[in-house]
Each structure stands twice: as C-alpha cells, then as structure tokens.
Design a protein around this ligand. Sequence first.
Ligand code: GAP
Length: 497
Amino acid sequence: METLVALCKRRGFIFQSSEIYGGINGFFDYGPLGAELKKNIRDCWWDDMVRRRDDIVGIETSIIMHPKVWEASGHVAGFTDPLVDCKASKQRYRADQLFFSPVVVDGNTIGYVSALESERTAEALQEAAETLKRKKAVQGKLEPVQLRDMTEAKAEEIALVPSPATGEPGSLTAPRSFNMMFQTNVGAMTDASSVAYLRPETAQGMFADFKNVVDTGRVKLPFGIAQIGKSFRNEITPRNFIFRSREFEQMEMEYFIHEDADWAACHRQWINWCKDWLLSIGLPASHLSEFDHPKEKLAFYSRGTTDIMFRYPFGVQELWGIAARGAYDLGQHEKASGVPQVIFDEATKKRFIPHVIEPAVGVDRIFLAILCAGYAEEEVTDDKGNVEKRTVLRLSPRIAPVKVAVFPLLKNKPELVARAQALHKKLQRRYAVFYDESGAIGRRYRRQDEIGTPWCVTIDFETIEKDGSFTLRERDSMQQRRIQEPELMALLDEQVY
Ligand code: GAP
C-alpha cells in the first residue's frame, strides 16, 4: 500500500485533501490522472448500466434532500456505528473493529488483551497474551485467545480491557451508537427546524423520485433507476487510503421487479452482471469472491445480500454490495409522505409496491482495486543488456487515464515533430492522449508504463520518408511493431469502449 500511495502522489493520481494545511482525515483529492481514471470508471459504468440497456434509466438527484427522507429510510434512527472512546488518549474506535480476549492460564483469568482489527488480529492477541503472562510471571498453560469485539463485551469486562492507545485498562467506555450522517442547516436560521443531512447514500434519491420516473419515463417492470454521485459518511475510523473515506462516490442502481417475481433469480443475475462488469474493466477473477451475509444478521426487510469481495493488500474486503430489499424503501416513503408508491399491473388489474434489487458500489473502491491489481514491478533487460526495474500499471484500455502516448523520435527534427503533433491532435478528438518529446525513447516508455498507458506510438524517419507507418509499442508485452494510422484507429475503436 505504501508504494501505491507514493505512486499516486508522485504521478498525480491522488493527493491528500487540503495538504498544505496538514490534510483532513478521510478526504482525498484526485489529481489530473486520477480524475481521468475516475471519470473512465464512471463513464464505463454509465454506458454499460444505462445507455446500452433498454430497461434502465439514469437520474441525478440533489445531495441535500428533505430531512424526512432520512427519517423514512431509517437513517436518522439507525445509520449508526458502535463507538468506543478512550478517555485517557481521546482516541475513538469502532467497537466492532476493536477485539479483545481474556488471558487464561490454567483456567484462571490473569488479565485482558486487545488489538485493532487487522489481517492478523488473532495472532496479535495471542502474542499480547504471551507477553502479559511473561510480565506477570505466571506459571502454567496459556489457553488460546477467544476473539470477541467490544460490542460483545460484558459490562464488567469493559473496565478490564486495555486501550490500544495506552496499553492500560480502565479508560475505554461502553459502546454507544454514533450516527454517521453529516448534519448541516438549510437557510439563514440555525435551529432544529433547519437541520438537514448530506446524503449517506445516493439510493434514496431513486426511491424519492420513483413516482416521477414512472409518470414521465415510460418505464415498465422490470426496470431500473441508476445514479452516480457523492455520498458522505462521518466514518469513525476512515482508513486504508481511499477504501473507507468520509466523502466518496457511489454508483447505485435500484432494479424494480414485480412483487411476485423470482427475486432470488434476479438477485443472482445482478451478482453475475456486476462480476462480469468488473472483469470487463480489467479486474482479475482471481482477486474476486462472494460473501453471502448470514440470514440472522440481515435487516428485517432484507431477503438477501451478497457482497462481491476484492483481495486488497490489507485483506479481502467488500467492493460491491447486491441487496434484495423487498418493498421496504418505497413502502416507507409511501407511509411517511402519504403519496402512493405503486405500479398498476395490467394483467391482474392490481396496484402494488414493486420490490427492489440494489447493486451499490463505490467508485473509489473500484479505483483502489484497479490500482492494486494493476501495479507491478518487473526486471527488464534493455538493448544493451542492462537490467533495470520497470514499474508498470496494467490498466485495461477501457479505464486507463491516457490511451495513447505520441512521440516524435527526435525533438530537433521539425518534420518528425509536425507529424507527431498532427497525429496527437487527431487522436485527441476522441481519446485522452499524451504528447511527449523530451528524453530518450526508453525513458518516455517507462513514464507511460508507470501511469498505465496501453500504447505508445513513435514517429520516425520511415514514417516521413517511406509509407507513413509508425512504431506501436505495447505496454504489457513491450513488443513493438509497425502499423498504419487506420490500423491504430481500428485497434482503439475495438479496445476503448
Ligand atoms: N444503498 C446501499 C448502500 O449504500 P453500502 O454497502 O453502505 O450500501 C455501498 O455502500 C458501497 O459504497 C460499498 O459497497 C462501497 O463500495 C461503497 N462505500 C460505502 N462506504 C464507503 C466509504 N466510507 N468509503 C468509500 N466507499 C464506501
């Protein structure tokens, strides 16, 4: 992760927000290459999810909505994470990410140990238990640690669990619910009547506008409403770079189906669609897996939720959640607003609230997954036999921030420069292209490898003096071949879609 974060900063993918003021935790800026890459992810999703389908329409709703939306959806009462404070250090922890265990020797509890969730929580706790046993000079057999998180701690245990900040017990509070919605006030008055929220998900925009879309969009069940936009959550512990941040972007789609439809089959279809889509933008199947939420942990209205998981360097984590939410959301808005959220079924002459399947994903999480999967360091041998390190981002041409880099072989030959600039201008009308004339060709290739540019073309004397062909160099194989301009255009047309 450290290498990736450094690359993101060095090459202008991602910066810390407000860095000149020391940064602000959980907020990030996307630099020139990052903004391009992110836009490509959004555009691919929108094209495949909305434009290339006849059953899905796209909308864009406001970030601040009527506060009653969030009461009806359950977010005001229930969009909470369990929070534990350390009174000594003033640190705050998510209770479900803070693990502890009694340290038991020959059946006697000699103390408690704690560790923050990581890839090796159990090992960390076991090591801490061994250290405590040694420190207390207790003889006997140490029993294996029993992992529990702080939401499972009994009242009498809380004072005995050491704070991860100080290593001492006695300063942790009992878990309490912390609402993650950011509050603001609308208008000039700052009182209870003006309280509003920055949306914590884009989904409610689709539910609140359901009737408008049905009345104006000529849609028929089954159909979907999709949206891409910013969401905000006051996460207790933003972490792992852009994986969990406080301002992020979601791409969500609500797929409405008949109340009697086979929801499980539809749910499965959407899980498959999402997986295929991730493969189409270059994520390797080897890094993807599925996680079915256990039935007993689902919200009462939910029929099933499956997460597509991605193997990040910091562990296997949720990338995309696909939830079968029944008629809950529209039902809640019907109750709270008094406006019927129904569809008329011509066949049965009945009105009913449609059910919904919701694939919801974060753009930033896809961005990070793409960088993690694409990053490689290799040893390569140049023409003179020298071995050097090459850093390469193997990004799919669909989402690479620069599709083609155009080089004149030499910058002091006006005819080469003119031809290269002309090609650059022509390509620029349709693609993100980069023109570079400085430094040795090998160095120029390396610079493009590091930012994931799939192809470089070099204009040389043969281009001018012979048949107009130029060198095409492929990023992954590093192979070079001569091609003509129409061939390059056909290649781009096929691979960048
Ligand atoms: N409408 C349902 C919903 O919002 P969610 O699982 O809370 O469900 C959906 O969020 C997706 O949004 C997640 O799978 C993840 O990709 C992304 N996401 C959620 N919280 C995030 C955060 N704090 N930072 C970055 N991405 C986040």
